[in-house]
Design a protein around this ligand. Structure first.
Ligand SMILES: NC(=O)c1ccc[n+]([C@@H]2O[C@H](COP(=O)([O-])OP(=O)(O)OC[C@H]3O[C@@H](n4cnc5c(N)ncnc54)[C@H](O)[C@@H]3O)[C@@H](O)[C@H]2O)c1
Length: 287
């Protein structure tokens, strides 16, 4: 298979590239604009192209069999400070990726959707520039399927954690931040009210789900997350130590929704890792 991963130098994309390139029959190319992607995430055997997805036609000269499209602006509350990036990376970029699929008859696009679309009774989709661009992109992907016959599968991720997650800076993830603070012996910063509910998914489970969706998924609705969920307070307590409350952040959804019927039926996918075990293992390494 000739495979294109957009965002291959990012957190999830690098793990996906790592698994795909293990199969010697695969050629794996990453297209990444290095807005958050890093060279230290590069995996041997993958070809890295620096570029924006809106310029995909210029950068990708050999038509791939499949595109795993992960290369988008990827943070909820930060998107209030950078709505221009959310629009340009996600809306303009993904439109051109879909045009590329249509014109070149790419056999499948797997789109990395966000579970924010399903949160808070469906209102989550409108709660931030990020969530809105991600939710509307799922609809654009569906329309390209209907209008032009572009084959697709849409997967939805739930707070992904695991190796190479960002621990510092404005794009750091909750689990990444708690790891850094706990290691440093500093109080854990919990965004108020702390009762917001999240599901957490290990990146290995996510990658397995993305690849299964690439192999046998068709259409919308592949939620990739656990049935179990926790409040942010619960997670902070699992790490232990002092807690400092921070003010509320805009766009911070309060509830989570997941429907695993289609994922289990079509892909036979189930989570194999738990955030509780991940935190317990982490605590063993520092205590
Ligand atoms: N991490 C999560 O919990 C989570 C949850 C839901 C959805 N997602 C989605 O999964 C995907 C990957 O997220 P991640 O957590 O690995 O984030 P990340 O920021 O580590 O990865 C995104 C990668 O895409 C690149 N990128 C961004 N816009 C681009 C563009 N227009 N052209 C080319 N490259 C571009 C970045 O440089 C980065 O390498 C994103 O689409 C994100 O919305 C992630």
């Amino acid at each position: 298979m000739h495979i294109l991963v957009t965002g291959g130098a990012g957190f999830i994309g690098s793990h996906l590239c790592e698994v795909l390139v293990r199969n010697s029959e695969n050629t794996v190319i990453s297209l990444d604009n290095y807005s958050t992607g890093k060279e230290e995430n590069h995996i041997e055997g993958v070809t890295y192209i620096t570029g924006h997805t809106k310029d995909i036609e210029k950068h990708i000269t050999h038509v791939p069999d499949i595109i795993y499209h992960l290369g988008e602006y990827a943070r909820t509350s930060e998107s209030f400070n950078e709505p221009d990036k959310a629009w340009e990376y996600n809306t303009q970029g993904t439109f051109n990726v879909l045009e590329f699929c249509r014109k070149n008859k790419v056999k499948k696009i797997v789109y990395a959707g966000s579970s924010t679309k399903l949160a808070d009774g469906g209102d989550g989709r409108n709660q931030s520039p990020y969530a809105w661009t991600k939710a509307t992109n799922t609809e654009l992907v569906q329309r390209y399927g209907e209008w032009f016959g572009v084959p697709y599968a849409i997967v939805y991720f739930y707070n992904v954690f695991g190796g190479r997650e960002m621990e510092e800076g404005p794009y750091a993830t909750l689990i990444g931040i708690f790891k850094r603070l706990r290691r440093a012996g500093e109080p854990l910063t919990v965004v108020s009210p702390g009762t917001q509910i999240r599901s957490f998914t290990h990146v290995d489970d996510i990658v397995r789900g993305i690849i299964l969706a690439g192999e046998k998924g068709s259409g919308d609705g592949y939620c990739l997350g656990p049935r179990e969920s926790f409040t942010v307070n619960d997670i902070a307590k699992m790490y232990g130590g002092e807690i400092t409350m921070l003010p509320e952040k805009p766009g911070d959804r309060k509830t989570v929704a997941i429907d695993l019927k289609k994922t289990e039926h079509d892909l036979g996918w189930k989570v194999e890792n738990s955030v509780k075990d991940y935190i317990a293992e982490f605590l063993n390494t520092i205590d």
